[in-house]
Write a protein of this length. Structure first.
Length: 174
């Protein structure tokens, strides 16, 4: 995953990162939106099996001209590019299933534009893993939203649980 902050050359690095191939971009603020940063871990699972790159753009400095030039009102915000051209975009994160459906539709749209075939359907094991991962994300979001929450402890607990879950599914899929 490529990470782009809002430094002085952010625009050039962003343009270079989306220039070739199929690129899934998440815009978020990892300093004020812990779910945005956590979501990037989940997105890695979501894009598994799809031939695309993942880019995270940290929008922590709203006064930066690069962030101001982007046309979205809230985070997280997602965009899919094919060879530097915007294919589709989505603002907000209603549910994991909705994001997954949007991404599959956008990738299919990009594949049609590029003259490629539609992505293969997910296996049953993959679908169960994705659903279980979504549950873990919801538990993490609840933990950090609680008054006086220790976000570091909640994040470590999420990572440990996710690793155990991933290991269990590797055994199941083998």
């Amino acid at each position: 995953m490529t990470e782009i902050d809002t430094s002085s050359n952010a625009q050039q690095r962003f343009e270079a990162s989306i220039a070739k191939g199929l690129v899934f971009v998440q815009f978020g603020d990892d300093s004020r939106c812990p779910s945005c940063k956590l979501l990037s871990f989940v997105l890695r699972q979501l894009i598994e099996g799809l031939d695309l790159q993942l880019v995270f753009v940290n929008t922590s400095d709203p006064e930066n001209s690069f962030v101001e030039a982007m046309e979205f009102e809230k985070i997280p915000h997602f965009e899919l590019y094919l060879d530097g051209k915007l294919v589709n975009k989505l603002t907000g994160f209603g549910s994991y299933q909705a994001l997954r459906a949007w991404l599959r539709e956008a990738v299919t749209e990009a594949a049609n534009i590029a003259g490629l075939r539609e992505p293969a359907p997910d296996s049953d094991v993959q679908q169960r893993f994705i659903a279980d991962t979504a549950k873990l994300v919801a538990q993490y979001q609840d933990a950090v939203a609680a008054p006086g929450a220790d976000t570091s402890k909640a994040f470590v607990a999420y990572i440990v649980r996710h690793k155990l879950l991933a290991d269990a599914y590797v055994v199941t899929a083998a």
